[in-house]
Write a protein that binds this ligand. Structure first.
Ligand SMILES: [Zn+2]
Length: 57
């Protein structure tokens, strides 16, 4: 399963691997908190335009 474009509903937390819900209008660089492990995460985008979450301590 691949995520295309910006219509992403969930992204995996890199720390605990839980699915973090997104509203869908988050911007790249925006910070979200994992609801499970409370890790601060930053929204990033790959060269292929795929969104992912990166730990941002
Ligand atoms: Zn987490």
């Amino acid at each position: 399963m691949t995520n295309k474009g910006s219509s992403v509903g969930y992204l995996s937390c890199p720390t605990c691997d839980v699915e973090v819900p997104l509203a869908g209008d988050e911007k790249v660089g925006e910070h979200v908190y994992c609801p499970y492990c409370k890790t601060p995460l930053a929204l990033r985008k790959t060269k292929e335009d795929d969104l992912y979450l990166e730990e941002d301590f």
